[in-house]
Write a protein that binds this ligand. Sequence first.
Ligand SMILES: Cc1cc2nc3c(=O)[nH]c(=O)nc-3n(C[C@H](O)[C@H](O)[C@H](O)COP(=O)(O)OP(=O)(O)OC[C@H]3O[C@@H](n4cnc5c(N)ncnc54)[C@H](O)[C@@H]3O)c2cc1C
Length: 755
Amino acid sequence: MTDQTVPVVKDLVLIGGGHSHVEVLKRFGMRPVPGVRLTLITRDAYTPYSGMLPGLVAGHYTFDDVHIDLAPLSRFAGARLFHEPAVGLDLARREVRCQGRPPVPYDLLSINVGSTPSLDAVPGASDLVIPVKPISEFVQRWSEVRARVKAASGPIRLGVVGAGAGGVELALAAQQALTTMLIEQGRDEEAPILHVLGADRSILPTHNRGMRRRLERVIRDRGVHLHLGQAVTAVHPHGVTRADGETVVLDEILWVTQAGAPRWPGEAGLDVDDAGFIRVDETLRSVSHPDVFAAGDVAAVVQHPREKAGVFAVRQGPPLAANLRRALLGRSPLPFRPQRRFLTLVSTGDRYAVGARGRWSVEGGLVWRWKDWIDRRFMAKYADLPAMSQPGGPSVAAGLATPEELKTISTAAMRCGGCGSKVGATPLDRVLSQLSPIRRDDVLVGLAAPDDAAVVRVPPGKVLVRTVDAFRAIVDDPFVFGQITANHCLGDIFAMGAEAQTALAIATVPFGLDRKIEDTLTQLLAGAIDGLNTAGAALVGGHTAEGAELSLGLSLTGLADPDALLRKSGLQAGDRLVLTKGLGTGTLFAAAMQMRAKGRWIDAAIQAMRQSSLDAARALRRHQATACTDVTGFGLLGHLVEMTRASGVDVELDLPAVPVLAGALDTSGAGFLSSLHPHNVRLRRAVSDVERVAADPRYPLLYDPQTAGGLLAGVPAERANVCLDDLRALGYHDASIIGTVVGRDDRDAQIRITA
Ligand SMILES: Cc1cc2nc3c(=O)[nH]c(=O)nc-3n(C[C@H](O)[C@H](O)[C@H](O)COP(=O)(O)OP(=O)(O)OC[C@H]3O[C@@H](n4cnc5c(N)ncnc54)[C@H](O)[C@@H]3O)c2cc1C
C-alpha cells in the first residue's frame, strides 16, 4: 500500500505507462515528494518495449523479457495503479474520465499514452488488418496468426503495410518466425510469401543511405516482395489495392504505418497539432494548459519536431520527471532539447542487425548482440528495483502546499477524536450526491431521505440474515477496494442461502485536505455500491471517519425463507464438495507487498475478487446444496473444518482438484505467506497423515486466508457435475469438485487428503 503517513496535498496523475512514465515512476520511487499522491491510470498492466517486439515475434525473447511490469514498479513508486483506460478529460474541473467509475481528480497531469494506428483513412483497414498498435493486442493477435499458419495447407501470403524501420523489422522477424515454425513441422517447402508495401520511394525514408542499402540487400536475399511508392488505398478480404490500382493477394495483413493520435486529448480542449498530437513546449508542458504535461509519441514538441520513436519517449523520461517535480513544488520547469542524431539498430530476425547513426552504418551478428545488450540493460532498470525508500516523516515537502493548506493539515492531524473523527457533513453530502445506490421498496428510510437511522421492512414469512465484516485496503485503487469489500462481505449472506437486502458502510479515510478525502471516499463508496447494486443490496447509511489508513466495513442484511437457509451443519455423507473460486489471494498479496508478484497474477486475483458470488450462490441453491460457507480468513481448511465439525462428518479432500489462482504456487513456494497463515496452520491436526501430503506444493494453500474468496458447498453427488457445468457457464472458470463427504469415524482428524 502507498504511504499514508503524510497527508495528501496534491495529486499527480499519470495517464499511460509509456516509456517516459516508467522513468517518472522510478525516479519518484527513488525520491518521493511527501504530500504528493501519485496515481497511474493505465490501459495495460505491462508496457511493451517496442525495441524488443520484433525479437519477441522472431522467438528470441519471452513475454517477460520485453515487457515492463507496471504493478511492482508502481508499488516501488508508491503510486496507486488504476488499471483502466482514460477515455476523456475535464480540463476545467481537472478530472480524468474513466469508464464505469467516478472521475479521477488531479492537480498536475502527465500524459504518455503513445500513438494509435491510423486505419480510418483506408477503406476496409479497420476490419481486416492486424495493427501493430496497441502492442498488447498485437502480441495476442500474432499468436493467432501463428496458429492459422500452422493449420493452413500450403504457403501463406503475409503482407506488411509500412516500410519504415518498424515495418521492415517486423516483416523480417515474422518471416523468420514462421519459416522456423514450418521447418520444425517438416514443411520446409511452404515458407511464407512476404510482401512489404510502403508509400515512399524507399524503405526507411528517414534513415541514412547506408542503412537503407544494407537492409534492401537483406530484403532481396530473403525473397521479400517490395512494393515502394505505392500507398495502400483499400483493404479487402483477400488482399490490398495499391495506389496504381494493382491488387496484391494476401492472407494476413500486418499494419505498421505512421502512428495516429488518440482523439480524446484534442476533444477535451488541449491544444493539439493537425494530426491530433498534444502540443507541448520545450519543458514538455502543454502550450494551452500549464497543469498538463505530455511526452512520447502523443506529444508534439513545438520547438523541436521529431519523428515518433521510442528513443525520444525514453529520453524525455528524466526531464519530464524533473519538471513534474518542479511544477509540484511551485518552481518553473526547465527546457529540454532532444538530440537530433540517435543510434538506430534494426534487427533482421536471424540474430543479425543493421545499425546507423548520422551518416555512419554497420551490420552483423555482433551488432545484434550489441542491440540485445542495450535492450536488456534498459529492461533491467525497471525489473531490478532497489530497496524501497523509507517515507521521510510526517511532513509535507516544502513548497508543495499553500500556507492555508498547511494550516488545514495541521488542524486535521490534531483533531481530537471527540467528534469520532467524523468526516464533515458538507464533504459527505457532496460525496453522497455523486453516488447511485439502488432503491428498494422495502427500504422505508434510507439515503434518499436520510434520518438518524435507516428503516427497513422484513416481508412476511422471511427471516433477516445479518453480518458484518471490515478490513484494511488490500489494493491501492479505492474503487476496486470498495468492490472487493462488498463481495467479501456479501459472501456471508450468500453462504446462508439468502438474498442481499441492505448495507451500512463504515469507512475510514486517511487525514488530509477536504477535497482529497472527498475524492477517496467517492471512489471507495462508488466501488462498494457497484458491488452492492450488482447483488441487489441498497446502501442505506453508514459512518465515515478520518484515520491513519483506508479501511471499509459493511454491515449487511439479507432475506431468506427460514426453511431454505443453508447452514454449515448440513453436509451429508456422499455429498460432493464444490468450491467456486481458486485459492491464493493471501500469498499473492504477501508477495506483491515485496514487489515479488507478477502484475498479471495480481490482476487475475483482483478479477477473481471483483467477481460477485451472487450467481454462484443461486446455482448452488438450484442444485440443492446441503450446506455452504464462504472461504475467507481461515483459509479453505479452516472453513472446511467448521463445516465438518458442525455436520458431524469427515471429508476426503482431492488435493490436485483444488483450484489455485495463477502464480499462487510460485509465491507460496517462494515463501511469501500471509501473516494470518501461521494461525490457520494450527488446524493441521484436523488433517490425517499430514506428513504424506505436506510436500505437495498445493498443500500450504489450504491454509491461505482468502479475501472475497469462493463459496464452498456440499452438493448431492447426482447433481454435482451439472452444478459444476452451470458454475463454469456462469463465469466461475476455476470452480471445481474438490472432495467427497464421508461418514464420521472415531479418529480426531476429519480431513483425509488424497494427493
Ligand atoms: C514494430 C515496431 C518496432 C519499433 N521499434 C522501435 C525502436 O527500435 N526504437 C524506437 O525508438 N522506436 C521504435 N518503435 C516506435 C515506438 O514503438 C514508439 O515510438 C514508442 O512506443 C512510443 O512510446 P510512448 O512512451 O510514447 O508510448 P507507448 O510505448 O505506446 O506506451 C503508451 C502506454 O499508454 C497506455 N495507454 C494507451 N492509451 C491509454 C489510455 N487511454 N489510458 C491509459 N493508458 C493508455 C498503453 O497501455 C501503453 O502501454 C517501434 C514501433 C514498432 C511498431
